[in-house]
Design a protein around this ligand. Structure first.
Ligand code: FES
Length: 100
């Protein structure tokens, strides 16, 4: 489990979170947190926050921010990881060793 820090420090969503050399988006939806990898599921470019969606600048795929599903391309989804709140901190179940 990766400690994302104090829950209280996250006041705007999506929030960019850095773990090791990798970047993620923390989102909050329906009272639950979720962490999305910013690595595009198409060809590995970096997905950016595009207002109401996420967007990959390489080929324009866009992803909805609740579940990370692609909304303008083939069936695809951003990698998502569960986040739990415990003792005022957020913890994400991210297998960072698989990102190398
Ligand atoms: S690499 Fe992201 S849309 Fe192609």
């Amino acid at each position: 489990m990766e400690d994302l820090g104090a829950e209280s420090k996250f006041t705007k969503f999506p929030a960019v979170v850095h773990l090791g050399d990798w970047s993620f988006f923390l989102v909050q939806s329906k009272g639950r947190y979720k962490l999305f990898s910013n690595i595009c599921p198409h060809a590995g470019s970096e997905v950016v926050d595009w207002g109401t969606t996420f967007m990959c600048p390489s080929h324009g795929w866009r992803f909805e921010q609740d579940g990370g599903e692609c909304i303008n391309g083939p069936i695809a989804r951003m990698m998502a990881y569960e986040v739990t709140a415990r003792n005022g901190h957020l913890f994400a179940d991210v297998p960072l060793e698989e990102f190398a």
